[in-house]
Design a protein around this ligand. Sequence first.
Ligand code: URA
Ligand code: SF4
Length: 193
Amino acid sequence: MDSLQEIAEQVKMCRQCRLCEGRTNAVPGIGNPQAEVVFIGEGPGKSEDELGMPFVGAAGKFLDKMLASIGWTRDDVFITNVVKCRPPENRDPLPDEIQACSQYLARQLVLLKPLIIATLGRHSMGIFFPDKKISEMHGKAIRTKGVNGPQVYLPLYHPAAALYNGGLQATLMADFQKIPQLLNQLKDTKQHA
Ligand code: URA
Ligand code: SF4
């Protein structure tokens, strides 16, 4: 039986794409194994690579602030990335790197069975909705059927993009506020299914 810990161990030893060459630490992801909401970022940056943890730099502080704004902490959710190793100079992950790493995210999602998959930024949204535009999709819940019943994708802007853009920051914060109500609806639906 697969476990989140097992996946993390495999990620730390993984050499399935070129991103392994520049990493200090792989960043498998962290959080509550019972989480009902999973956040998926793009890939580790400098601080994340140094510490082996997701979203610990400036963008992470903003993510913490958004979580606090709905009364949550990191312990309530699970946080991971599309690619688990830092792309050099924080460049975008390449399609073959995303492809090579996708099995880890897929397995994490099978185990977590979240009610809400919140994608952060266009690369993260792009693995589920390759043809959509984030400017049109952000803040809109996309309902699907997961292995465990109802499941919703919620595309959000990336907190790093919002850091230096006040308008985007307000939009991201507003979209984020939809999470608790959306989650309650989903739990309700699940209960009465
Ligand atoms: N940006 C990301 O997309 N992921 C992180 O873990 C940190 C910053
Ligand atoms: Fe392996 Fe993913 Fe790291 Fe590439 S980015 S080496 S596929 S863990």
